[in-house]
Design a protein around this ligand. Structure first.
Ligand code: PLP
Length: 413
């Protein structure tokens, strides 16, 4: 077993070796520019891009022409949200999103507000789900777009996207969904889901970083977007710039692979996740499960271990395991997780939160090791006589009250 053990698959996943192998010839042998299709190297590169486009489309049941390659889910979200609203010719529009979205949705929304548009950010319940009646009430005559993700990158909660899409369409708006965490892990039939626009990132599904896609539904009503990058007119003029051919080939391969292994992998991840959770909650009383108890990504475990400061855990295990917390965000901002706040988790429990993201290459041995080490350290930190105990303030929280609100893990699932 090699250390550190990687359990941060919501941040990124390693490339599958088969993906790397598929990419390699496109750096050297087939290095052509797909836009130079009048000669053989260009034509070969173009063919590779189109094969990958078909592979990505097949993963979600789309038509190849509905797939626009971008640099990742951030760019796809920006192209969808800003690109759509920019077609409105300065008329003030209204858009709706949810409080638990990724920053790559919330920040473009903020940009729209600065341009004079209106944004409604819907609250979520304690599991991280939007109330559909609340969504219905949020519509206005000028509402043009709703953006709500399928699987949350922190708490793993899976939203009923098809139901949301129905509500959105009843009100005559378009629906965008960030599918970066869902794709390759949950079976997606994009036509049945009824989303109009959807974002993807290859590196969340064992593909390379810096490549992603935006699904743009064809058919009526016609979706118009203003390109956020203009130039050579690639990708139906929606995304100019020379194609990242090795990245696109890798994305295609990753899509093909995950489609093949999805069912079995989900079962395996569920087993490992339950093993991890059961081991921890059996050893440590009062562990809180954050997110939905059943409607959640198989590889996701987000827990709070009361009285155990997660920053201390992260620092202690820095070289031993790669895990995250919602306490001090991993990104540049030092804000506590907006997702954990949105589900109403008290600050004291946010400070004790850990996000564990299990993936394709984790083993049972690794899971048992991580569980054991976390338990040991948590027990040590919970012991009031332990040296350097950072937990003083956490000891002061009104414990029974917190426990009433956040049904403790020993129940259900
Ligand atoms: C990772 C992620 C993104 C951003 O993807 P990039 O590849 O960094 O652009 C957006 N949304 C969700 C839900 C994600 O998990």
């Amino acid at each position: 077993m090699k250390l550190p053990i990687y359990l941060d698959c919501h941040a990124t996943t390693p490339c599958d070796p088969a993906v790397v192998e598929a990419m390699l010839p496109y750096f050297t042998t087939f290095f052509g520019n797909p836009s130079s299709r009048h000669h053989l190297p260009g034509h070969q590169a173009e063919e590779a891009v189109e094969i990958a486009r078909a592979q990505v489309a097949a993963l979600i049941g789309a038509m190849p022409k509905e797939i626009i390659f971008t640099s990742g889910a951030t760019e796809s979200n920006n192209l969808a949200i800003r690109g759509l609203i920019e077609t409105a010719n300065k008329k003030p529009c209204h858009v709706i999103t949810a409080a638990t979205e990724h920053h790559a949705v919330l920040e473009p929304m903020r940009h729209l507000e600065r341009l004079g548009h209106r944004v409604t950010v819907l609250p979520v319940d304690k599991h991280g789900l939007v109330d559909l009646n609340r969504l219905r009430e949020a519509f206005r005559p000028e509402t043009v777009l709703v953006s709500i993700m399928m699987a949350n990158n922190e708490i793993g909660t899976i939203a009923p996207v098809a139901e949301i899409a129905n509500v959105v369409h009843e009100h005559g708006a378009l629906f965008h969904s960030d599918l970066a965490q869902a794709a390759g892990k949950i079976s997606i039939d994009i036509k049945k889901l009824g989303v109009d626009l959807a974002s993807f990132a290859a590196h969340k599904m064992y593909g390379p970083k810096g490549i992603g896609a935006l699904y743009v539904r064809s058919g009526l009503p016609t979706i118009r977007l203003v390109a956020q990058m203009s130039g050579g007119g690639q990708e139906r003029r929606w995304r100019s710039g020379t194609h990242n051919v090795p990245g696109i080939v890798g994305f295609g391969k990753a899509a093909e692979l995950s489609q093949k292994v999805m069912k079995e992998e989900a079962k395996c991840l569920e087993g490992l996740r339950n093993l991890l959770f059961d081991s921890i909650k059996n050893a440590l009383p009062r562990v809180v499960l954050n997110g939905h108890p059943t409607h959640r990504l198989m590889g996701n475990l987000n827990i709070s271990i009361p009285f155990v400061d997660s920053e201390t855990i992260l620092a202690t295990f820095r070289k031993e395991m790669a895990i995250s917390s919602g306490a001090a965000c991993t990104s540049t901002t030092n804000e506590p997780s907006h997702v954990l706040r949105a589900i109403g988790l008290p600050t004291d429990l946010i400070r004790c939160s850990l996000r564990l993201g299990i993936g394709r290459f984790n083993t049972e041995e690794e899971i048992l090791y991580v569980a054991q080490r976390l338990i040991e350290e948590a027990q040590r930190l919970r012991n009031p006589t332990s040296a350097k105990n950072k937990q003083v303030s956490i000891h002061e929280i009104n414990y029974p009250e917190v426990l009433d609100d956040y049904r403790i893990s020993q129940s259900r699932e």
